[in-house]
Each structure stands twice: as structure tokens, then as C-alpha cells.
Design a protein around this ligand. Structure first.
Ligand SMILES: CCCCCCCC(=O)CC(=O)SCCNC(=O)CCNC(=O)[C@H](O)C(C)(C)COP(=O)(O)OP(=O)(O)OC[C@H]1O[C@@H](n2cnc3c(N)ncnc32)[C@H](O)[C@@H]1OP(=O)(O)O
Ligand SMILES: NC(=O)C1=CN([C@@H]2O[C@H](COP(=O)(O)OP(=O)(O)OC[C@H]3O[C@@H](n4cnc5c(N)ncnc54)[C@H](O)[C@@H]3O)[C@@H](O)[C@H]2O)C=CC1
Length: 720
């Protein structure tokens, strides 16, 4: 809807009304068409202001309408009619002007933004391009390089940057609508000839070809396999090379291919999934909207290694006081230096002074945490040590302090049982580097109170994380699913693949790094220590003939053998690949490893066969997806969206493929099931390939779309 009033005698004020973000639904578009017509037809009206209700201009096209039978007036002619008007139209931008919202503003003759407003064309992150003239008007207004940047990244800019770029004409500190009305009165009689952006020539940069080649290369590298960024570059190129109307034709043509693409569906699914996971619920009925978080004014971090340092930075950047605790003076001083450096660099990047530096106090005495509201433990992954730390915390902290652990896989319930108040214990599983990575798994046990979960979720939000509440099990959601994925990659090496082949297949699929490059980066010794703890590693296996079975299950000792040789990955300069020196990042194929692999196969009577990318993807990804179904079946994740968001934000799953569970739906659940059955037959000693009963059930019930899986899961749980 759009409301129309006449203000200050001669200004027609149009207010978009569609809470919460005034998205351009069919009703809003119809409202704009009607009210603009009314304003232009009213002889008393000399100029027009368009604004949005409740302090937000417009969040763009109504994404919920996509995929439906979109009725109502289309955006392009609506915006053209505004631009062609013979009375000045001023956009009064408060809150956000995004996507179609900014395109609407670009059709206006003037734009005034509030100093706190954010503007942008984020369509690319939804698998689309700004198809209401955005790709044609913006380069004409602010030049090709700046338009390419905004359109291909989808980034939101502040009002100050928008003013500097020339996207807006003025910035208002107080009521933007009042300022716009005043301004509209002042320009009522002015000629509009120079105010219609579509009539501007598009500036042609001197380094035209190099600019577009560079832009194309950049988008192909940053979002491997994503089609929308490429289409965005093509559309801006059309603006720079064709007259406006022909450019609009090209924009429309490119949008038509994107609009119905699987990638657009996947990205739009991610948009809603990201919002859905904040509305968490627990199997005991506790929910996000009935559980009140407790404010956290002061927090502590125990253990300032790789993770603890990043967590301390993320906490301090929220503005709260942080107590950082290490055991030894030397470690404490090193950590203090590292944390200060991280905060200073972060502040410099954002053009701020590092105020958070003074928010952290350091101590090697655990008594220092006595008065904090919440503690995050990040000591070594060692149950005995963590148990001791939780016992100490329980004794030292004031009553009611929430005790959280950053363990990657250990039993959160067991840690809770070491404390006087197990209901105050949850897992807060960050990802490295903790001050950068967006994902946070909040792990609840049967005793965790809804308030503890709500507090951890809210703290995650405050730290800028995408937080997902999950149940307690070995590895929680992300790492539990990773185990069979890595296992398949090892088996593929045994059967004839190379690290290069496996990684290429996964990187072409869209992962930033394949499994072996990733393993070299995070350190082969991490998994080795876990396998040793599980009693899977045979000592001295490098010198003997290590077995490839553990309790009847196939096992590949390849990773253990490399570790026994001191090949821990990048940190030692050798792993699945070789590196120029320890710590170097460029992976090169290693002839040593190839001959080692051949000898290994020969020793075990394994005959290498040709393995193609399809098999790599099917085996690595379907086995991971299968574990995802088990996690849903076990009630560890509340829905497929939770798993998908964990994989997209924590594990580099390509966003344009929507996350593993959405991807399974795209491939077809019946196909995933059939391929798992096929591989299970070929590898009867690999239990992870056994299709999960939830997957079978979903296929038997006609493979419903992903948003209906929760119903099937609910039914399944009610029958148990
Ligand atoms: C051939 C066909 C031709 C078609 C031509 C189309 C051409 C186009 O140009 C296409 C477009 O505009 S695509 C839309 C571009 N706009 C965006 O991407 C902005 C999306 N929204 C945001 O960033 C934040 O919500 C925002 C920054 C606005 C607000 O953030 P908050 O953190 O305050 O609030 P959220 O929790 O994100 O959102 C609140 C509720 O609003 C829903 N929502 C947000 N934007 C929407 C939108 N654009 N359409 C529909 N629903 C939207 C959001 O899902 C959430 O809903 P609930 O979770 O149910 O409360
Ligand atoms: N490194 C990673 O990528 C991730 C690690 N994690 C988990 O985070 C935890 C920490 O891992 P990292 O930071 O990698 O380990 P790290 O080895 O880098 O750091 C552990 C730190 O804890 C300190 N420490 C040991 N005992 C202590 C005590 N009693 N009091 C205070 N400090 C103590 C050590 O001096 C060391 O600085 C582990 O549980 C790990 O599984 C979770 C997510 C990712």
C-alpha cells in the first residue's frame, strides 16, 4: 500500500506502507502507481516526496512474491513514469533503500538520505541483478567503476559514502521527510531536464576493456561458479556501450535467465533460512520468543590460544568488559600482544580508534572471573583439563554465571555435570578465526536452561555472528557431518584418486578449498589426535603394514601415516601437498606423496582405477548429506535450514547451492538415495553410506520440498 497526503500546501507526500521493510509487493506497486498519478494530476501539487513508513524507505522487491504468480504493476514502467514526471519527485530515504527500493529512488529526481541510512543493490546476493533499471542508471550517475563495485558485491553503503559517490544529493541529520518536503518546495519550479538519470551519457572509462576484464576475473574468483555476478558485469557493460533503452533490454534479458535459475532459488532460500535459524526451538518446547536472555555486561575467556584470542576480540568489539585468563605469564603476554594487534588492525580497517583495547583485562588467576556474567572456556581439547576448569569455574564464579565451552566435539553434558548449576552450561562453538568467521553453534544439552540458550544466541548476535542452536552429540552438526566427508576423500585416494583431483572437483563445485588443501591449512595433527583418542591409530604403522579395518569398518590410515612422518600440513611445509617453507600457503603437487601413495596401494593390493569428478562429488557430498539426515532424525538440528546455514557460514559450502540439505532437494532425494545405495553395495564395510531412514521416508512420501521436511520429521518423532 501507499498512503497519499498533501503537505505544506503544495507537496504530495507518498508513504510506502508494508511492514516491516516496506517491500515492493504488488499492493505497494499499485499504491505507488495510483498515488503518483494522483499527485501529478493535482494542480495544487507542485512537487512530490516519496518516503517509507516506520523509518525505513524500502527493502526492495518483495522476495516472498518471487516464485509466485507475480501480479500487479511491474517496477520498470512504474519507475519510468516517476522519472518522466513533470513535477520534481524527491526520495526521502530513512533506514534502508535496498534493491528495488534504491532503484525507485534512482528514478526520482532528487535523493535525500538520513545520516544513519544504508543504501545498496544487494540483488546479486539473491542470485539476481538490479533489473528495475539499477544496472543502467547507477553507472550513469556515479561512473562505471563505482557502479560495478556496488552491483557485483551487493554491499550496503552508509549515507556518507552514498553522498561521496553521488548516489544521494544531501544527507539529513534530523527528520529526513521534513528536510525532503522543504527541499521539494525549493525546487518546485526548477527544470527537470538535468535530473533524469536515464538521459545521462554513461561515462566511458579510458581503461574500458581492462576494467571489465578485471571485474569479470574478480567475480569469477570470488564466487566460483555463481552466475549472477557475471550477469551483473555484463549488464553494466551494456550500460557503458549501448543507449539507455537497449541497455534496459539487455538488463531484462539477463534477469530472465537469472530469475528462474536454481542458483537464485538457492540464494533466496539462504536469505530466509538465515532469518529462520534465529527463531530457534528446543525439543523440550523452549523457544526463542518465550525465552528471555539475560544481559551480559562482563564476560571472560579462559585459554588464549588460537580460538580464545579471536573470541576475546569479538567480545571486546561489542563494547563489553572482558577478562582474559591464561595459565602462564609468558603465554599471557604473547596473547595480550596478539589480541591488541588484532583489535588495532580491526579498528584501522574501519577507520576507528581501538577503543576495545581498554575493555580487556588480562590475568593468570582464575579468581579474576569471579564477577563476570558469562565465561567462554577455550583451553586445549582435553576432557580431563576441561572438567577441571569447569569445576574451578563453578566454585569461583558468582551465582548465575553462564558457563560456556568452545569445544569442537566433546560432550557438553558431561562438562555441565561437573558444575553446581548444569542448567547454566551451553556450548558456544566458534570457528577459526573466531573474530572473523560468522558462524556460531550454540549447543544445548538436556539440562541447559532456555535462558542460557537465549543468552548465548543473543550474545552471538551482538558479536555479529549467525548463531544456530543445536543439540549435543559428538561433533555437534558441522563437525559430525565432516567426518564421513573426509573419510570418503581418504578412500578415494586409496582407490585411485589424487589430492589434486579430489580438491579440483570440490573447488569447481564451489568450495573455496578442497578437502586436502583445507586439511593442510587446519593441520593434519588435529584429526590425528582425535583418532588417537578414539583408539583408531596403530602405533608405528609407518614401518609395518597398517590394517585398513577397525571393528569390521573400513578405515584408511593414510592421514596417520603422514602425521607419523611429521607432515602436519602448511605449518610443517609438508602435508597432502608441499609448500615452499613451513607456514607458506601456496600448495604444490608433491611427487613424494604420489610415489608414497602408489607404494601404499601396492602394499595393500589396491589397484588404482579412474575416478571422475562426478564420483568425487557423489561420494563426498552425498555421504555428508546422509549424515545431515541422521542429524535431523536424531533431533540434533531442528530443521534443514539450520544445517544449511551452518555449512554456508562455517564450512565454505557455496551459498549459490543453498547448503547441503537444499542441494539434496535440488539434485532429487531419490537420486541421492539411489547413489548412496549404489556406493553402499560397492563398499559394504562403510556404514556411513547406508542411507538414513529419514531419507528413505522422504523419498517414499514423494520427496517433498525442503520447507516441508519438518512436518515429516515431526511425524517421525511422534511415532518414536
Ligand atoms: C522478472 C522480474 C523482475 C523483478 C524486478 C526485481 C528487481 C529488483 O530490484 C529485485 C529486488 O529488489 S530483490 C530485493 C533486494 N533487497 C534485499 O535484498 C534486501 C533484503 N532485506 C534486508 O537486507 C534486510 O531485511 C533489511 C536490511 C531491509 C532489514 O534488516 P533487519 O535486520 O532489520 O530485518 P530482517 O530480519 O532482515 O527482516 C525483517 C523481516 O522482513 C523480511 N524481509 C526483509 N526484506 C524483505 C524483502 N525484500 N522482501 C520480503 N521480505 C523481506 C524478512 O524475511 C523478515 O521477515 P520475518 O523473519 O518473517 O520477520
Ligand atoms: N583451532 C580451531 O580451529 C578450533 C578449536 N576449537 C576448540 O577450541 C578450544 C581451544 O582450541 P585452540 O585455541 O585451537 O587451542 P590452542 O592450543 O591454540 O590454545 C589453548 C590455550 O589454552 C591455554 N590453557 C590451557 N590450560 C589452561 C587453563 N587451565 N587455564 C587457562 N588457559 C589454559 C593454553 O596455554 C593455550 O594457550 C579447543 O577445545 C578446540 O577444540 C573450536 C573451534 C575451532
Amino acid at each position: 500500500m501507499a498512503q497519499y497526503t498533501r503537505v505544506s500546501g503544495s507537496v504530495g507526500l507518498i508513504t510506502l506502507q508494508n511492514p516491516p521493510v516496506n517491500a515492493l509487493s504488488a499492493a505497494v506497486r499499485q499504491g505507488i502507481v495510483d498515488t503518483v498519478k494522483r499527485a501529478l494530476g493535482d494542480p495544487k501539487v507542485k512537487s512530490v516526496v516519496i518516503c517509507g513508513q516506520n523509518g525505513i524507505f524500502c527493502g526492495g522487491a518483495d522476495i516472498k512474491e518471487f516464485g509466485t504468480n507475480m501480479s500487479g504493476p511491474p517496477l520498470v514502467p512504474m519507475i519510468h513514469a516517476i522519472e518522466a514526471a513533470n513535477k520534481p519527485v524527491v526520495a526521502a530515504i530513512e533506514g534502508s533503500a535496498l534493491g528495488g527500493g534504491l532503484e525507485l529512488a534512482l528514478g526520482c529526481h532528487y535523493r535525500i538520505a538520513h545520516s544513519k541510512a544504508r543504501l545498496g543493490l544487494p540483488e546479486v546476493s539473491l542470485g539476481l541483478l538490479p533489473a528495475a533499471g539499477g544496472t543502467q542508471r547507477l553507472p550513469r550517475l556515479i561512473g562505471v567503476p563505482a557502479a560495478l563495485d556496488l552491483i557485483t558485491t551487493g554491499r550496503h553503503v552508509t549515507a556518507a559514502e552514498a553522498l561521496q559517490l553521488g548516489v544521494v544529493d544531501r544527507v539529513a541529520e534530523h527528520s529526513t521527510v521534513d528536510a525532503a518536503v522543504k527541499f521539494a518546495l525549493s525546487v518546485a519550479a526548477k527544470s527537470l531536464d538535468a535530473r533524469r538519470i536515464s538521459t545521462y551519457p554513461c561515462p566511458r572509462p579510458s581503461d574500458f576493456d581492462a576494467l571489465f576484464e578485471g571485474a569479470m576475473q574478480k567475480v569469477r574468483q570470488s564466487a566460483r561458479g555463481a552466475i549472477a555476478p557475471v550477469a551483473c558485469v555484463q549488464a553494466v557493460r551494456a550500460a557503458a556501450t549501448r543507449p539507455y533503452l537497449q541497455g534496459m533490454e539487455r538488463e531484462k534479458e539477463l534477469m530472465a535467465t537469472l530469475f528462474t535459475s536454481g542458483q537464485a532459488r538457492a540464494l533466496q532460500y539462504c536469505f530466509f533460512a538465515q532469518r529462520a535459524v534465529s527463531k530457534w526451538n528446543m525439543p523440550n518446547g523452549a523457544r526463542w520468543d518465550t525465552s528471555k536472555p539475560r544481559p551480559v555486561h562482563k564476560a571472560a575467556v579462559i585459554g588464549l590460544g588460537t580460538m580464545g584470542r579471536g573470541i576475546a576480540v569479538a567480545l571486546a568489539q561489542t563494547g563489553m568488559s572482558v577478562v582474559a585468563v591464561e595459565t602462564q605469564e609468558k603465554q599471557l603476554m604473547e596473547a595480550k600482544q596478539a589480541v591488541s594487534g588484532m583489535l588495532e588492525r580491526g579498528a584501522k580497517r574501519r577507520g576507528l580508534t581501538p577503543a576495545a583495547l581498554h575493555k580487556i583485562s588480562y590475568s593468570h588467576d582464575i579468581q579474576a572471573v569471579a564477577d563476570v556474567d558469562l565465561v567462554i572456556e577455550a583451553v586445549f581439547e582435553d576432557m580431563a583439563l576441561k572438567k577441571k576448569v569447569f569445576q574451578q569455574l563453578s566454585a569461583v564464579c558468582k551465582p548465575g554465571t553462564f558457563l560456556c565451552t568452545n569445544t569442537s566435539a566433546l560432550d557438553v553434558d558431561h562438562l555441565a555435570s561437573q558444575t553446581r548449576n548444569p542448567e547454566l552450561v551451553v556450548g558456544m562453538h566458534f570457528f577459526a578465526p573466531a573474530h572473523v568467521m560468522k558462524l556460531l553453534e550454540v549447543v544445548y544439552g538436556p539440562q541447559s536452561s532456555p535462558q542460557a540458550v537465549a543468552t548465548a544466541m543473543q550474545l552471538g548476535k551482538k558479536m555479529g555472528k549467525v548463531s544456530v542452536a543445536v543439540g549435543n552429540c559428538r561433533g555437534f552438526v558441522g563437525n559430525r557431518m565432516l567426518k564421513p566427508y573426509i573419510e570418503q576423500a581418504f578412500f578415494l585416494l586409496e582407490e585411485g584418486a589424487t589430492p589434486e583431483l579430489v580438491d579440483r572437483a570440490l573447488e569447481e563445485f564451489g568450495f573455496p578449498m578442497g578437502v586436502f588443501r583445507m586439511s593442510d591449512l587446519s593441520g593434519l595433527d588435529v584429526g590425528w589426535r582425535v583418532r588417537k583418542g578414539d583408539g583408531l591409530v596403530e602405533s608405528g604403522s609407518a614401518s609395518g603394514q597398517p590394517t585398513r579395518l577397525r571393528e569390521g569398518r573400513r578405515y584408511s590410515p593414510l592421514g596417520d601415516l603422514l602425521c607419523e612422518q611429521g607432515r602436519f600440513g602448511q605449518k610443517t611445509g609438508r602435508g597432502w601437498y608441499q609448500y615452499d617453507k613451513p607456514g607458506s600457503r601456496v600448495a604444490r603437487s608433491d611427487p613424494w606423496f604420489h610415489s608414497f601413495l602408489e607404494e601404499y596401494r601396492a602394499r595393500h593390493g589396491l589397484v588404482a582405477r579412474r575416478i571422475d569428478h562426478q564420483e568425487v562429488l557423489e561420494r563426498c557430498l552425498y555421504v555428508l548429506i546422509n549424515e545431515g539426515f541422521r542429524i535431523l532424525e536424531d533431533g540434533i538440528a531442528a530443521g534443514p535450514e539450520d544445517i544449511d546455514i551452518i555449512y554456508v557460514f562455517g564450512y565454505g559450502w557455496p551459498r549459490h547451492r543453498g547448503g547441503p540439505m537444499f542441494y539434496a532437494g535440488m539434485v532429487g532425494l531419490a537420486t541421492v538415495l539411489e547413489r548412496l545405495e549404489h556406493y553402499r553395495q560397492a563398499h559394504p564395510d562403510v556404514p556411513y553410506l547406508q542411507p538414513c531412514s529419514l531419507l528413505r521416508r522422504l523419498v517414499a512420501s514423494g520427496s517433498p520440498p525442503v520447507h516441508r521436511w519438518r512436518e515429516v520429521i515431526k511425524k517421525l518423532h511422534s511415532q518414536l
